[in-house]
Structures are given as C-alpha cells and as structure tokens.
Design a protein around this ligand. Sequence first.
Ligand code: FES
Ligand code: FES
Length: 190
Amino acid sequence: MSTHSITVTVNGAKERLEVPSNMTLLQLLRENLALTGTKNGCSAGECGACTILMNDEAVNSCMVLAVEADGAEIVTVEGLADDGQLTPLQEAFVEHNAVQCGFCTPGMLISAHALLRRDPHPTEEKIKLALVGNLCRCTGYLRIVQAVQMAAERVAQQAASPLPGGDGGGGGAGATSAGNTSISPDIGGA
Ligand code: FES
Ligand code: FES
C-alpha cells in the first residue's frame, strides 16, 4: 500500500501526517489523532455519525479519503468548544435534553453548527433539512430540533443586547472579539 504525505489543520492545529492511500478521514481522526468524538456508525455515508466540518462544510468523514483532506481545515466535535466554554448550541443541547446518546450527538452538533453558521435564523423546516443525514435510531428528533431553535434564538437575543458595562453604543455580534464565541453568530469555537 502506498502512502502519502499530507498537511491538514484539525481543530486549529496543523498536522503533517503520512497516510495510506485507502485510509479514510474518519480513520485518520479516530485512529491517528485520537479524536474519538467523531463516531463510526455505518462506514457507508448513511448515518451521519461521522460528520465533521471540512472547509466549513459538513461532510461524512467516512466517505472522504485522508489524502483528499490534504490542505483542508477540519473541525470535529472536540473543536466546537472554545477553551472549555461550550457554544450556545452545545449548551442548548444539554439544557434541552437533546444529548440523547453519545453516538449520534457529535454528528448532530456538527450539522447544526454548519447550518447556524450559514443561516443564523433557520426555520424549523430548514433545521430538519440540515439534520436529514443524521440518523437517530432510538429516541427521535423533537428535542434536537428544539435545541437548535433555542440556540438560534439565544444567539440572536445576545447579539441584540448591549454588552454589560458598555457605553450604550451597541454590543452586537461584531463587538465580541474577547474570545467569547457565545455571543457571536459564528457559534463555533474553532
Ligand atoms: S459512519 Fe459515516 S455516515 Fe455513517
Ligand atoms: S441514535 Fe443517538 S439518540 Fe438515537
């Protein structure tokens, strides 16, 4: 089996790796980089458990070869929180009991995160559409959809509120560069 030298940025850290031709990005993340938050449900592009962000797009990492990720920016579920501070989306999942199992939740979070980045005010239909590739085989989607709605509402409310102690000149999302991603429409930490 031939190998290839690739450079990939994962959760902000640049990695230089030697990978076999047939290694998937999912295998690379889990086995070489120990990022086991990304799950392997089907290895066939069907379940969404392996969803990660690749250059800001939610993709099934089981369907991407590691060599295809050469030069890419990857964000896994481990990269969403910023220095241990959960994003509003993650907090909403916790508060709304949408963390139903550890298997589908990472992929659900990544798909919802990608949605809220491109559409901070999604309709219920758009949320369902964004999660259509993420299967839950046990519990259901109601709380997950509601958690995404809650996160979007919270971010919008926080963006509209002046910062505490501010001069009243507005504390919108653009004024939040102090590392607190919780009040930015860009709800990810990476
Ligand atoms: S493990 Fe990749 S879609 Fe199921
Ligand atoms: S598969 Fe995770 S909650 Fe159903």
